[in-house]
Design a protein around this ligand. Structure first.
Ligand SMILES: [Zn+2]
Length: 105
């Protein structure tokens, strides 16, 4: 069995040892910088995909969002009637607007 130097403390340890018995750091044979880089890359890619799918879902839900409910037409007519009573609009204006609003019902 071969001996390797611990990357952390320089202790001679067995290359079969998973961790350094002296400092507990992972033995150099088990560390894989390229593998770590790939994992980092995959994580970054995963985050991007997550963000992208969230954007897709958001835009899809906003596209499906129903148009705002139509205003309460009887309530509008009531307000118009009050405007007429207050002399703010004429009877003709009230009747014209009322006809227009009733046409939307
Ligand atoms: Zn060590």
């Amino acid at each position: 069995m071969a001996l390797i130097s611990c990357t952390e403390c320089g202790q001679q340890i067995s290359d079969k040892a998973a961790v350094c018995p002296r400092c507990g750091s992972p033995a150099s044979t088990s560390s894989n910088p390229l593998g770590d880089a790939v994992i980092q890359l995959e994580k970054a890619l995963f985050d991007e995909v997550q963000k992208f799918s969230t954007r897709i879902r958001e835009s899809a839900s906003s596209a499906r969002r129903p148009s705002p409910p139509s205003p309460d037409i009887p309530d509008q007519i009531r307000k118009l009637a009050k405007l007429k009573d207050d002399g703010i609009i004429s009877s003709e204006e009230f009747e014209a607007k009322k006809t227009e609003l009733l046409g939307k019902l």
